[in-house]
Design a protein around this ligand. Structure first.
Ligand code: HSE
Length: 303
């Protein structure tokens, strides 16, 4: 029986403009989950980190619920003390719920001494999350493409070159993913489908061949950003930003955070985005980040 299980899971930015629900990139911001098994059935939760006002620190916490329900489903129910250290702001499009689910399932693997292989873990996580892109990238790291095939999720990833500078700008409000999904159309024209598919394939081809020679055109999207822009003041201006070192900019996941790709001058580009949002009355925080090319990692200390 392990004494303490620790899992570290990266934040993820899904969609990258054109690749809605099928690609995401892992970022160097982390959720750390520590689980200590108890002899009784009690569950305790301690939370430290970002946006504490958006996180329940009791049994309704997503990580606690996922661990409890997973163990019950495996007939291995038990109590545990859960400690959470979180750098990922919640509700801003950085895959916080995907990280929580992946962290919880990885912890269950050790808690219940039940082997979960890569594909099983991301398929289960994707079922709980509702779409595969964030969970697959959180597990594998780097740039990860994923697809749903019945109950299975297949995912393929590659490292993100460190020549690519990542600029993340996080507004101080949250948008519910369900709300941001509810505004999307149920059907797209063939022209819209082809346009996004062309860009998504080109973006993936670049990254999988180890390059980051991005063209702005990769980030033109007809599937989600135009429909989500009314929920996100200033997004349209940010998407139209020009700077000699800016390679592309997009909404991060369902937003409201935005992610920009730069060849240099990342801090200057972050500040330009912050000012565009401020002109719409939005307070935001720019960050220059590295990609996470390792994915989720776990440790278990044996008794
Ligand atoms: N692909 C998902 C969406 C990501 O855009 O709704 C949610 O974080």
């Amino acid at each position: 029986m392990p004494q303490r299980i620790s899992v570290r899971v990266p934040a993820t930015s899904a969609n990258l403009g054109c690749a809605f629900d099928c690609a995401a990139l892992a970022l160097g911001l982390y959720l750390d989950v520590h689980v200590t098994p108890r002899k009784d059935r009690e569950i305790t939760v301690q939370y430290r980190g970002e946006t504490p006002e958006r996180i329940p620190a009791d049994e309704t916490n997503l990580i606690a619920r996922t661990i409890r329900q997973t163990l019950e489903g495996w007939n291995k129910a038990r109590g545990f003390d859960l400690e959470i250290d979180n750098q990922i702001p919640v509700g801003v499009g950085l895959g916080s719920s995907a990280a929580a689910i992946v962290g919880a399932l990885a912890a269950c693997h050790w808690l219940a001494d039940t082997t979960l292989f890569d594909e099983q873990l991301i398929s289960l996580a994707s079922k709980l999350e509702g779409h595969p892109d964030n969970v697959a990238a959180a597990w594998h790291g780097g740039f990860t493409v994923s697809l749903q095939h019945g109950e299975r999720v297949l995912a393929y990833s590659c490292p993100v070159p460190d020549t690519l500078k990542l600029v993340l700008v996080v507004p101080d409000y949250a948008v519910l993913t369900e709300k941001a999904r509810s505004v999307l159309p149920g059907q797209y024209t063939r022209a819209d489908a082809v346009s996004n598919l062309q860009r998504a394939v080109a973006l993936a081809a670049q990254l999988f061949s180890g390059k980051a020679d991005f063209h702005r055109a990769f980030f033109h999207d007809r599937w989600h950003q135009p429909y989500r822009a009314p929920l996100i003041p200033g997004l349209q201006d940010v998407l139209e930003l020009r700077h000699p070192d800016l390679l592309g900019v997009c909404l991060s996941g369902a937003g409201p955070a935005v992610l920009a790709f730069a060849r240099a001058n990342a801090a200057e580009i972050g500040e330009a985005i912050r000012q565009l949002l401020a002109a719409h009355g939005i307070t935001s925080q720019p960050h220059v980040l590295a990609a996470d090319n390792l994915g989720a990692k776990g440790w278990s200390l044996p008794a």
